[in-house]
Design a protein around this ligand. Structure first.
Ligand code: GTP
Ligand code: MG
Ligand code: ZN
Length: 298
């Protein structure tokens, strides 16, 4: 087949072994996946930029190549995210350790991050508390209510022209509801009590939604996430922008800002310059990373 028939596009969703790519004209193409990808142990991911041969008539096309990824996530399984939007809300209660794990993974891959505190109608104070805690974290905190349609303009502005954005977070925080309100869609959403009864997510698979200059992934919620097992203990602090002004000011060098005497980060917490919660969780995650590292290399 000739090279000229090849097209480029982005994978917007997958179903039952097929993938849907959107070309630059916005046309959707259903693609089969070449066997070579399985042989190479590569799974196409939603968000992948791909080269493909469109199908003719009723025939599906063929996914031929996956272009190099700028980032990849396993949870949710998506590629080329530039801006990760971690959604939390008053109910279900936020798991800040989970939030920090998501932010660490994102930051170590060079993604920008934002926290969206949804359901502000249920508790208007949560966003402000989170904002204080993440003040030095190079991670804006937006307050929104998908139900009352507040805070949506700031969110829209944040996502416009920002490359591929990804909404992630626990099941039931309102990711799909936010996107419905924002983009005028009708994605399936689910009652929390129903979710608990069914023990299922409402959104089951990631899909990329394209609307004007906004490209955003709606993804399935989850509540368990490990840090990458290859994360070095010395790397972890690089995911904490609030430590940056204090690097090199500790008595010991290098300092992991754990419990070392004369640690400038500990001093900054005491002085109220860094949020204690962030540092407590950092130390907890550092202990986990050290443990994993030891098991791996001893
Ligand atoms: N009070 C209130 N409820 C909301 C708001 N946004 C969403 N909800 C409700 O929260 C529930 C869960 O919303 P979904 O949009 O399905 O949540 P999700 O994050 O997409 O969940 P998964 O797809 O399972 O990951 C639904 O009952 C929504 O109506 C909000 O701003 N305020
Ligand atoms: Mg959803
Ligand atoms: Zn230190």
């Amino acid at each position: 087949m000739s090279e000229e028939m090849m097209k480029q596009g982005v994978l917007v969703r997958g179903f039952g072994g097929f993938y849907v790519a959107v070309d630059e004209d916005g046309t959707e193409h259903i693609l089969r996946c070449k066997k070579k990808f399985r042989r190479m142990r590569i799974s196409p991911l939603v968000g992948d930029r791909v080269a493909f041969l469109p199908g003719e008539g009723e025939e599906h096309g063929w996914l031929e190549d996956i272009l190099p990824r700028t980032s990849e996530c396993l949870r949710p399984p998506v590629a080329n995210v530039s801006l990760l939007l971690v959604v939390i809300c008053p109910s279900p209660e936020p798991d800040m350790l989970l939030v920090d794990r998501m932010l660490i993974r994102a930051r170590l891959q060079g993604m920008r991050t934002t926290i969206v505190v949804n359901k502000s109608d249920l508790d208007p104070t949560l966003a402000e508390r989170v904002r204080q805690e993440y003040a030095g974290a190079d991670c804006p905190v937006l307050s929104a209510s998908a139900k009352e349609e507040t805070g949506l303009e700031a969110l829209r502005e944040m996502m416009t022209g920002a490359g591929i954005c990804c909404l992630t977070g626990q099941s039931g925080v309102g990711k799909s509801t936010l996107l419905n309100a924002l983009l005028g869609l009708e994605l399936e959403t689910g009652d929390i009590s129903e979710k608990i009864q069914r023990g299922k997510n409402t959104t089951r698979h990631a899909q990329l939604l394209i609307s004007g200059d906004i490209r955003v992934l709606d993804t399935a919620g989850f509540s368990l996430l490990e840090l990458d097992a290859r994360t070095e203990p010395e790397k972890l602090r690089e995911a904490y922008p609030e430590f940056l002004p204090h690097e090199g000011c500790c008595r010991f060098s290098p300092c992991l800002h754990d419990r070392e005497p004369g640690c400038a980060v500990t001093a900054a917490v005491t002085a109220g310059e860094i949020a204690p919660g962030r540092v407590e969780r950092y130390r907890q995650l550092l202990a986990d990373v050290r443990q994993t590292w030891k098991q791996r290399y001893n």
